[in-house]
Design a protein around this ligand. Structure first.
Ligand code: GSH
Length: 205
């Protein structure tokens, strides 16, 4: 028996949440939520009122948003060593790039993928400035370090797999530093185990 349940769909951002669970190494149950009526049902909305996957239930805690799931699991299972402890200076870059991935990175690639035009004079207003500014900042960080905090953490699970999926779907410019970082993250045994489990769930669906 486990008190960790991931509500997910193999064709979703839930793949990143599963990779994080595999990194943590605790037993968990995965409940596949099909798109459509089941995801929109009252029962599932009770877990995630957004009617979206993934959602993590851990005892009485319900966590949605992949970045939050990654951060929550790292804190809930500190022995896995996936977050610098509060007070550690590395907590700064850890939070910085975790939030960067959930905010500026996700916004910029969404706007680009949707083909929405952003007038240059709006750069000062939008949080990501421009795709170029956002990508240059990310590339600059990766020029200095292999992992966000110098050692692998939940920030890499989220940022790295967001980048890997964006590269795979062609929604981000393929710069060498991005490809190398995505390759490092997706070669991790935990990421491969999660991908295999999701691929098997997809094949069985
Ligand atoms: N910001 C959310 C995004 C979740 C999300 O958009 N999930 C998509 C799949 S990747 C979904 O469930 N879509 C179904 C729908 O909106 O009907 C997160 O990080 O978890």
């Amino acid at each position: 028996m486990t008190d960790l349940t991931l509500y997910t769909n193999p064709m979703s951002r839930g793949r990143t949440a599963r990779a994080m669970l595999e990194e943590v190494g605790q037993p968990y149950a995965a409940r596949i939520v099909p798109y459509g009526p089941e995801m929109q049902s009252a029962d599932y909305r009770h877990i995630n009122p957004m009617a979206k996957v993934p959602a993590l239930v851990h005892g009485e805690a319900v966590v949605t948003e992949v970045a939050a799931i990654c951060a929550y699991l790292a804190d809930a299972f500190p022995d896995a060593g996936l977050a610098p402890p509060p007070g550690d200076p590395s907590r700064g870059p850890y939070y910085r790039w975790l939030f960067f991935a959930a905010g500026p990175f996700e916004m910029a690639i969404t706007v680009d993928a949707m083909g929405w035009d952003l007038a240059p004079e709006r750069e000062a207003t939008v949080g990501w400035g421009s795709t170029g500014r956002m990508l240059d900042a990310l590339e600059g960080m990766l020029a200095d370090t292999e992992w966000v905090t110098g050692r692998f953490s939940a920030a890499d699970v989220f940022l790295g797999s967001s980048l890997a999926f964006a590269l795979r779907f062609g929604t981000v410019e393929a710069r060498p530093a991005f490809e190398a970082y995505a390759a490092r993250v997706t070669a991790r045994p935990a990421f491969l185990r999660a991908a295999a489990a999701d691929d098997a769930a997809m094949a069985g669906a």
